[in-house]
Design a protein around this ligand. Structure first.
Ligand SMILES: Nc1ncnc2c1ncn2[C@@H]1O[C@H](COP(=O)(O)OP(=O)(O)OP(=O)(O)O)[C@@H](O)[C@H]1O
Ligand SMILES: [Mg+2]
Length: 238
């Protein structure tokens, strides 16, 4: 079983020891990153995606960039890269892949990863009926996809559960960057909220895995962004 090193444990880093927080897709299938604007969500998620691509050699990514600014221009022209309102196609294609794997039509079990940057803003942009439909689709993915090796990464500013319907608890790898609001801590880190300090800066925060493994983290600095883009591009195109 692949375990992918994503973030550095800050407690250890303070003492000069590089101890990684690992993502185990079979144990904590879906990841959600929260943080205010500029807290380093997209930067951190790019690093995560590059590592997944590097460790999971057959993984295939669908990237939905709702904001549609310059962060993902390096993916321009890739079939599995979607911007702004086209993001609905990313969700739909991954949803259909799940259905094909469920029905037996698709026998492959390579890793499929949907990354949705600014899911909450996407939901807010839709009328009520469409928003419910999209939340329903995401919920189905979150609840049924693990055994089919389909995974969802989401990052967004807002923490409220209204963006996920009933399935928010399915995100079992929860990352907060910079300082969360009191409500945010209450909602996503309830049992650990008193351990969360307010000194978090860009690129630092907390991780909670399966509701029990809590740690302060640092997003490692990317020394070669081109290489990170290369790894992501590989997984979007293969
Ligand atoms: N860990 C880090 N080390 C060094 N620079 C970082 C780090 N995290 C973020 N940055 C830089 O900080 C800026 C903001 O980061 P980023 O765009 O990832 O924030 P964001 O949370 O996605 O913001 P938004 O919600 O507006 O999209 C970027 O220029 C990025 O390169
Ligand atoms: Mg961003």
């Amino acid at each position: 079983m692949t375990e992918i090193p994503l973030f550095l444990n800050e407690e250890y880093a303070k003492r000069g020891i590089s101890k990684y927080i690992f993502w185990n897709p079979a144990v904590a299938p879906h990841l959600c990153a929260f943080g205010t604007t500029g807290s380093g969500k997209t930067y951190g998620m790019k690093l995560c995606l590059a590592k997944v691509s590097k460790y999971e050699l057959n993984s295939q990514f669908y990237i939905a960039d709702y904001k549609g600014d310059l962060d993902f221009t390096f993916l321009q022209g890739s079939d599995r890269f979607f911007r702004f309102m086209d993001c609905e196609k990313a969700l739909n294609e991954v949803y259909q892949t799940l259905q094909k794997r469920q029905s037996g039509e698709d026998k492959k079990r390579n890793m499929i990863l949907l990354y949705f940057d600014e899911w909450a803003s996407y939901i807010l942009s839709l009328d009520r009926k469409r928003a419910e439909e999209e939340k329903q689709k995401l919920s189905t993915l979150l609840m049924l996809s693990r055994s089919f090796n389909i995974h969802v990464f989401v990052s967004q500013q807002r923490v409220d559960s209204q963006y996920f319907g009933a399935s928010r608890d399915c995100f079992n790898f929860v990352l907060s960057l910079s300082n969360l609001s009191k409500e945010g801590k209450d909602m996503m880190f309830h049992d650990y909220k008193d351990m969360m300090k307010s000194d978090r800066k860009r690129g630092t925060g907390y991780i909670l895995v399966n509701g029990t493994d809590f740690a302060p983290i640092i997003v490692p600095t990317i020394s070669n962004m081109e290489l990170v883009h290369e790894y992501i591009r590989d997984a979007v195109n293969r």
